[in-house]
Design a protein around this ligand. Structure first.
Ligand code: NAD
Length: 362
């Protein structure tokens, strides 16, 4: 029996990307038993929900999913399936390795860092009060009674809360990940000098947890300084652990450093389940065109192999992807010197080239 994995093709370019990834993963020789389940706008039209219960149950049961991007329907009342999955399965850690591969067009040849983003709280917990609503006025009046500094009536309110439990969980995850992957440093990213009771708490938990990992260098960086330092000297960073909002923003920045969305993989991991998916969205304008870059999705599959304990296969897969990108002939338009390069290949042919490399390694 192989590893049983839920495969969610997603929508937009998702199905073609996951199909390319499925073929590549199978070519590593790892035995994978796919449990294909639907989510996204197309299944919503059929069943009335973009995230059917059967899909959620399958991920819960298998504990591992490979997921294509999913469009967030606008104006339907449905929230993002991506956010719902993270919430329902308590996928508290968002992992985004950002590494430069030779052949990718970037100003930064030596980046190899990992973003570990807290996924459940902070300003992104969705605790918000609309300007002018009764709830907002109640919140404002209550807060104004507690402090001399007054919030203007009529303001919109978003709540930032950071707990010791969620902070410790993500910070431990970052240190354990660093130890397992033989990385030298974990940097905590906050604005603790200004937000003393939220970011300050995150920082103080970091200092405590760091004591349990004497083999790993702890580092403290303010998020504004980090942005500048990442642009100037990204090679000086290793593992970064961030609360939700900064993690979201900084991970897009680091994806940009290593060549953009087409090459940025990701994973959302919890205590009982893990969902592997590219950082990018469903790129709906390219749907069905066999055009977009499967690298981010394939490298997410590589992270999944690592998670499944198939380290040797993951290593071989990464080296095959790196070789095809470095060689530069059989790659999609976004990895070519000009975007209308006629020698660019499609999603599926890019995957074929990786499979060929994998076969040559045997
Ligand atoms: P997007 O990432 O889908 O696309 C933005 C642009 O980036 C594309 O038009 C394309 O030019 C480029 N791009 C993206 N992926 C690429 C690839 N693999 N190869 C080459 N170029 C690529 O972002 P968007 O247009 O803001 O979002 C589209 C939909 O996806 C939205 O509904 C959004 O909510 C959703 N989304 C889903 C996820 C997810 O499933 N995890 C993540 C982000 C956005």
């Amino acid at each position: 029996m192989g590893h049983r994995v839920t495969l969610i093709p997603g929508d937009g370019t998702g199905p073609e990307l996951t199909e390319a990834t499925r073929r590549v993963l199978e070519a590593t020789g790892v035995s994978l038993d796919w449990d294909v389940r639907q989510a996204g706008v197309e299944i919503m039209e059929e069943t009335g929900t973009p995230l059917p219960q059967a899909t959620l149950d399958s991920v819960r049961e298998n504990g591992v999913a490979l997921k294509g991007p999913i469009t967030t329907p606008i104006g339907t009342g449905f929230r993002s399936v991506n956010v719902a999955l993270r919430h329902e399965l308590e996928l508290y850690a968002c992992l985004r390795p950002c590494k430069t591969y030779a052949g990718v067009r970037t100003r930064y040849p030596d980046v190899d860092l990992v973003i570990v983003r807290e996924n459940t709280e902070d300003l992104y917990a969705g605790i918000e009060y609309e300007a002018g609503s009764e709830a907002a006025e109640t919140v404002i009046t209550s807060l104004n009674a507690l402090q001399p500094k007054q919030i203007a009536l009529g303001s919109g309110i978003s709540v930032k809360s950071i707990s010791p439990t969620a902070s410790e969980r993500i910070i431990r995850f970052a240190f354990e990940y660093a130890r397992e992957k033989a990385r030298r440093q974990v940097a905590v990213v906050t604005k603790a000098n200004i937000m003393k009771f939220t970011d300050g708490l995150f920082l103080s938990v970091f200092r405590d947890v760091a004591k349990d990992f004497p083999d790993i260098e702890p580092r403290e960086v303010l998020v504004d300084a980090l942005c500048m330092q990442l642009v100037q000297r990204p090679e000086e960073f290793d593992v970064l652990v961030l609360p939700n909002l900064y993690g979201d923003i900084v991970s897009d920045l680091t994806a940009g450093l290593v060549g953009g969305l087409g090459v940025a993989p990701g994973a959302n991991i919890g205590a009982h389940a893990a969902v592997f998916e590219a950082t990018h969205g469903s790129a709906p304008k390219y749907k069905g065109l066999n055009k977009v870059n499967p690298t981010a999705m394939i490298l997410s599959g590589m992270l999944m192999l690592e998670h499944l304990g198939e380290r040797e296969a993951a290593r071989r897969l990464e080296s095959a992807v790196a070789a095809v990108i470095a060689e530069g002939g059989q790659v999609t338009y976004d990895l070519k010197p000009s975007r209308d390069d006629p020698s660019a290949v499609g999603t599926s042919q890019f995957a074929d080239a990786i499979i060929e490399r994998l076969t040559q390694q045997d």
